[in-house]
Design a protein around this ligand. Structure first.
Ligand SMILES: [Zn+2]
Length: 254
């Protein structure tokens, strides 16, 4: 993040940085209205500690999350920092755990229940090429039929099979799972997907949308890279949102 942050000596430098980035991300989601009471999760892998992840404390609203209240867990959702008084929603970690386990490149995983993304997940045909942001994702989304709340391990094989080589899984009738190589990468993909879904919802509520043709989608996806800063997926956008969060309050940093 842009500002050098004071380190809590209890944690390694890498863990403290990861904690602050993730706490900031939860605050961004709360600010954007992408929170779901005490539910949903954004998880990250701790790159300096094999098999360790960070997750939000169960019962805490996204707007209350701080760097030190995040819980360090193992791949099965067992708490690793015992002095943290909060609990983990182990059931909620089941699908995150599956993807973190089998996909080495899934550093950060975001799952939400926002109205716009859930609505599109519940629509026949899912995301349609009706707007600029939706065109970013055409051919890049995977879909998985609803089988009830995603807590049964035997559903795992089908989730992985349906995901294939994609890194965004639209859980039908449920919500999206967005994975990124870094937290800012997952964030920027999630932001664009959220926007794509919001706009589809608005467009379809007015009447028959104009569908963008495949040739234009190809050109659009080919040329998108021109707006990107190489190797920094989502970083400038994430940092700008952190500054906006800081203008609300800076308690996430502790
Ligand atoms: Zn869910």
């Amino acid at each position: 993040m842009a500002t050098q942050l004071k380190r809590n000596s209890k944690y390694s430098e890498a863990e403290w940085t990861a904690r602050q980035e993730l706490a900031a991300c939860y605050r961004i989601f709360a600010m954007m209205g992408w929170d779901e009471m005490i539910f949903n999760h954004i998880t990250v892998k701790l790159e300096d500690q094999e098999g360790a992840f960070l997750i939000n404390p169960y019962g805490m609203h996204f707007s209350e999350v701080t760097a030190s209240s995040l819980i360090k867990i193992d791949i099965d959702g067992n708490k690793l920092d015992e002095d943290n008084p909060w609990h983990v929603n182990k059931a909620g970690f089941v699908q995150h755990s599956l993807f973190h386990r089998v996909l080495p490149d899934a550093h950060a995983i975001i799952h939400t229940h926002t109205t716009a993304t859930m609505a599109v997940c519940g629509l026949e045909g899912g995301l349609q090429p009706t707007n600029f942001y939706a065109c970013n994702f055409m051919g890049q989304l995977a879909y998985h039929d609803f089988e009830g709340v995603t807590v049964r391990e035997e559903e795992g094989a089908r989730l992985i099979e349906h995901l294939g080589d994609k890194r965004i899984l639209m859980l039908r009738n449920h919500g999206p799972v967005v994975m990124g190589k870094s937290l800012s990468d997952a964030f920027i993909k999630y932001w664009a997907l959220q926007r794509a879904c919001e706009i589809q919802l608005a467009t379809m509520s007015m009447g028959k949308p104009i569908l963008v043709g495949e040739d234009v989608i190809k050109v659009h996806q080919r040329d998108l890279y021109m707006a990107a800063i190489p190797g920094q997926s989502g970083k400038a956008e994430f940092d700008a949102m952190v500054r906006k969060v800081d203008r609300i309050d800076t308690s996430w940093r502790d």
